[in-house]
Design a protein around this ligand. Structure first.
Ligand SMILES: C[S@@+](CC[C@H](N)C(=O)[O-])C[C@H]1O[C@@H](n2cnc3c(N)ncnc32)[C@H](O)[C@@H]1O
Length: 403
């Protein structure tokens, strides 16, 4: 790492301390804050050492107002990134190590001040991946073995490591969302997991709510493929999962009498819209959706003249179609009385389907609803979109279309 020549002395000393603690394995984390760069919603950047398949890396988590973004850098590149941003974009930095802590504060005029003190955090092993985590799911739970996630000794199989990570991240997100929702204190919950596949997330959620939170759960996994429904039903019966059932069929044929939580995780293309519509229509307090492939909007997209040079490239058109589709879905949820957050579900290194749309029902505001509908109309017009499935379903009361 070479600090740019113009760096003030305290910044150079701070960077030297960072490098020394990295080398000694005593780094806990680095937090860069007081951001003054071009990204209006970036709050802070947290950096930790992580052990990846490709060796040790620095994991950068960019905390924005409503989402977090993770990027991993080699140690050398990460240190260069930090040196380039420190004192300029980020005017404050806190280096936490198991031996001592450092605070760096830089003024608008570039005057820097470094303070050094005793370690505020108890010593912990060097990498995030080694650190004992507070997990919401115990890897020794028998259903994990029955589903093939763990071996006979209850160790997560290497081939299932990414799925395990995804399950745990999903439970964390669910746990936070539930606490913020009108369901926070409700002891009985009715849930549907649409397109539940092999049921990893369905079983994990059931286990968390029933076993860990001691709630009464009526959770139905809906799945088209009969062999998966058979497998899940057998495991649920064998493991005596009270209130967990699996139903073969499409969501288009499913109309629950009561619905608190709707999950649609990686449901293909417009199946996501059908699921969102079902959740909205049934008045679900909580909707969690991780969209999968996006095929509907792409052929309709008409590039506005100023975007033509960009959208002439197929990959940009596909990315834009995905952005517009999920943007419209988020707006349509808002128009239906939900508080909506769209954020990264799990780092890209674990899955490429990594977006989560989270809707929490709130008291509807007519002004807000009208504004969201106007924004939907304006976006559709801008991109020449004739139809988006969720919008079409919401406009026809009681509609149940084919996916
Ligand atoms: C990519 S898998 C996702 C599985 C699981 N939700 C997860 O995230 O791990 C999508 C599943 O949705 C099912 N599916 C697709 N369209 C469906 C529909 N209309 N009704 C029910 N299931 C559907 C597929 O059979 C498949 O198993």
């Amino acid at each position: 790492m070479t600090a740019p020549a113009a760096q003030p002395e305290p910044v150079i000393r701070f960077l030297a301390a960072l490098r020394a603690h990295l080398e000694q394995g005593t780094l806990l984390k680095l937090v860069l804050s007081a951001y003054h760069g071009p990204e209006t919603d970036l709050k802070k950047l947290e950096i930790r050492l992580v052990e990846l398949k490709a060796g040790r890396h620095l994991s950068f988590v960019f905390h924005h107002e409503t989402r977090d973004l993770t990027r991993n850098f080699s140690i050398a590149d990460g240190l260069t990134e930090i040196a380039n941003r420190l004192g300029k974009e980020f005017r404050a930095a806190h280096l936490l190590t198991s031996k001592e802590d450092f605070h760096l504060a830089c003024s608008r005029k570039g005057v820097a001040r470094l303070t050094r003190g005793a370690a505020a955090q108890p010593p912990a092993p060097a990498t995030q991946h080694n650190r004992a985590k507070r997990r919401l799911l115990d890897h020794r739970r028998p259903f994990l073995h029955a589903l093939g996630l763990t071996d006979a000794a209850h160790v997560v199989k290497p081939s299932m490591a990414h799925k395990w990570k995804q399950i745990n991240k999903f439970l964390e997100i669910f746990d936070h969302a539930l606490a913020e929702s009108p369901l926070a204190k409700q002891t009985t919950l009715d849930l549907v997991d649409f397109g539940c596949g092999k049921g990893y997330l369905t079983f994990a959620l059931h286990d968390y709510l029933h076993h860990t939170c001691s709630r009464t759960v009526n959770l139905t996994g809906v799945e088209l493929r009969p062999e998966l429904v058979r497998l899940c039903s057998n495991v649920a019966e064998h493991e005596k999962c009270a209130g967990l059932t699996f139903r073969q069929g499409g969501l288009e044929d499913y109309a629950p009498s009561k619905l608190d939580v709707l999950l649609a995780l990686h449901a293909c293309d417009t199946a996501t819209d059908l699921a969102l519509h079902l959740g909205i229509h049934a008045g679900a307090s909580l909707i969690l959706c991780a969209p999968c492939c996006h095929k509907e909007v792409r052929p309709q997209l008409v590039a506005p003249p100023v975007l033509q040079p960009i959208l002439q490239h197929g990959i940009h058109a596909a990315q834009t179609a995905e952005l517009v589709t999920d943007g419209l879905r988020a707006l349509l949820l808002e128009a239906s009385g939900y508080d909506v957050k769209v954020f990264e579900f799990i780092a890209l290194e674990h899955t490429d389907k990594n977006k989560m749309i989270l809707g929490i029902k709130k008291t509807p505001s007519p002004t807000h609803t009208a504004k969201s509908w106007q924004q939907v109309a304006a976006l559709k017009e801008f991109f020449g979109i004739r139809e988006q499935r969720l919008e079409a379903l919401l406009k026809v009361p009681g509609a149940h279309a084919d996916v």
